[in-house]
Design a binder for this molecule. Structure first.
Ligand code: AMP
Ligand code: ZN
Length: 450
């Protein structure tokens, strides 16, 4: 079955065709390690993880690369503010990031690499751009000339009227203002001792060139997939394409996948608004990272989502319910092929996780399936969900007290006598005592409610 994904490059859902049969290479922009990521960043990292898992579920051999941006405008600024070296700052946050990835059950990418370990590759790329005449030296750095790049801005659908008007030294700037951008920044007082020697002048890389150099160093000149949040389409990914393709003359990335933004209480998360939420804040509010992950899966990755504690708490309740069901199912079942087929169709349709989660609840309610088969099927799906369902401990049934059993027997009698009003009233009474009745192929079962 083909995997269909929405490609930002064409703005269309396309059937994925790998560069090499049975393999998929992907690069994702990782965290800028000057602080711990907020939960919006983690929405994108969970999406990256789900992309990898979906391809692995489809038996692809995946090579996933994620970088840590450990040198850029933001990291340098923060290390100066805190009075620590760039390395002391970035290693600390890198470690915290790895621990948080684990709490979200995000699989560690096959290559988790630091920008500062790939400086030579960045220097080589800048040299190649200079040689090809796509980059030029200015007083404060080496700039990419966007007028020399074929189709500059195609990813972002930019309409550039005057491509050579000015330059921009900063890593981040507005979509309304595309300009020549810095691929290398010459040594400056602001950057202090953060500098590397290079044939075209000592300094440090711009943020955009970092990802181009790292991605191509590990995965080659053309990659299957590159991911990130929608905010990176311009300028970051647009510039990655420009630099890479100007240097190699080959297509850089075949499929671009961008995840939608997460807002908080209908507002964009921003430090200035004081609505920045971290994973640690959520844990303090008794919401587990896995519940957050479950909640993310209930929305499509491309839609904008709105975080509220109310929504994520109700996701947590659903996850607990799911875990309790699995906990009481016996092992030894087989994956139900009709469900697996539907699951596969959903996830291969541009990662439709909300439909796949809905299928889980449909399966739980399906009285025609045995509990053991349900368990086997759910554990199979969990290769994509990543909710750690295999480690749910067995759940002990609460013993049914005699008075509840008596009510259930009375309800059976009422049903036999077709006294539906009485039967319903008795069911209600049972529920009020914290139990529920399930009509199964093997008769009525009584069990504790949650
Ligand atoms: P950064 O550390 O700022 O480079 O961001 C890391 C990743 O998180 C990038 O892929 C961003 O696109 C993504 N991102 C940033 N803010 C949000 C948000 N509010 N919702 C979803 N993704 C985000
Ligand atoms: Zn990047």
């Amino acid at each position: 079955m083909d995997i269909h994904i929405f490609n930002t490059l064409t703005r269309q859902k396309e059937a994925f065709k790998p560069l090499k049969a049975g393999e998929m290479s992907m690069y994702q922009c990782g965290p800028t390690v000057y602080d711990t990521p907020h939960i919006g960043n983690y929405r994108t990292f969970v999406m990256d993880d789900v992309v990898r898992r979906v391809f692995e579920y489809n038996a692809y051999r995946v090579t996933q690369v994620m970088n840590a941006t450990d040198v850029d405008d933001k990291t340098i600024k923060r290390s100066k503010q805190e009075g620590v070296t760039l390395q002391a700052l970035t290693r600390k946050y890198e470690q915290m990031f790895l621990e948080e990835l684990e709490s979200l059950n995000i699989l560690l990418p096959h290559h988790f690499i630091r920008a500062t370990d790939y400086i030579q590759a960045m220097i080589d790329l800048v040299s190649a751009l200079l040689e090809k005449g796509a980059a030029y030296a200015a007083e404060d750095g080496i700039y990419l000339s966007i007028s020399k790049v074929k189709d500059y801005g195609a990813l972002a659908h930019l309409n550039i009227k005057d491509p050579s008007k000015e330059r921009v030294a900063n890593d981040e700037y507005d979509k309304e203002d595309p300009r020549d951008f810095a691929v290398w920044k010459f040594r400056s007082a602001e950057d202090g001792d953060v500098s590397w020697d290079a044939p075209f002048g000592a300094g440090r890389p711009g943020w955009h060139i970092e990802c181009s150099a790292m991605a191509m160093s590990v995965l080659g000149t053309t990659l299957d997939i590159h991911t990130g949040g929608t905010d990176l389409i311009f300028p970051h990914h647009t510039n990655e394409i420009a630099q890479s393709e100007a240097a190699t003359g080959k297509q850089f990335v075949r499929y671009w996948i961008h995840g939608g933004f997460m807002n908080v209480s209908d507002e964009k998360m921003a430090k200035s608004k004081g609505n920045f939420i971290k994973l640690g804040d959520m844990i303090e509010e008794s919401v587990s990272p896995l519940a957050y992950r479950y909640w993310l899966l209930t929305s499509h990755y491309r839609s904008q989502v709105n975080f509220t504690y109310e929504a994520v708490r109700s996701a947590q309740n659903a996850l607990i319910r799911l875990m309790k069901e699995i906990g009481r199912y016996p092992a030894g079942g087989a994956v139900i092929s009709a469900y697996k087929e539907r699951f596969n169709a959903y996830i291969n349709d541009d990662l439709n996780t909300p439909q796949a989660i809905a299928l889980v609840w449909e399966l739980l309610k399906d009285a025609a399936q045995s509990d053991a088969d349900k368990k086997a099927t759910l554990l199979d799906f969990d290769a994509v969900f990543g909710l750690k369902l295999a480690s749910v401990p067995p759940f002990e049934e609460e013993p049914v007290p005699p008075e509840v059993q008596a009510l259930a027997d009375a309800r059976e009698e009422a049903r036999k006598a077709k006294d539906w009003t009485q039967a319903d009233a008795l069911r209600k009474e049972i529920e009020e005592r914290g139990f529920e009745l399930n009509d199964t192929p093997d008769g009525v079962k009584i069990r504790g409610r949650f």
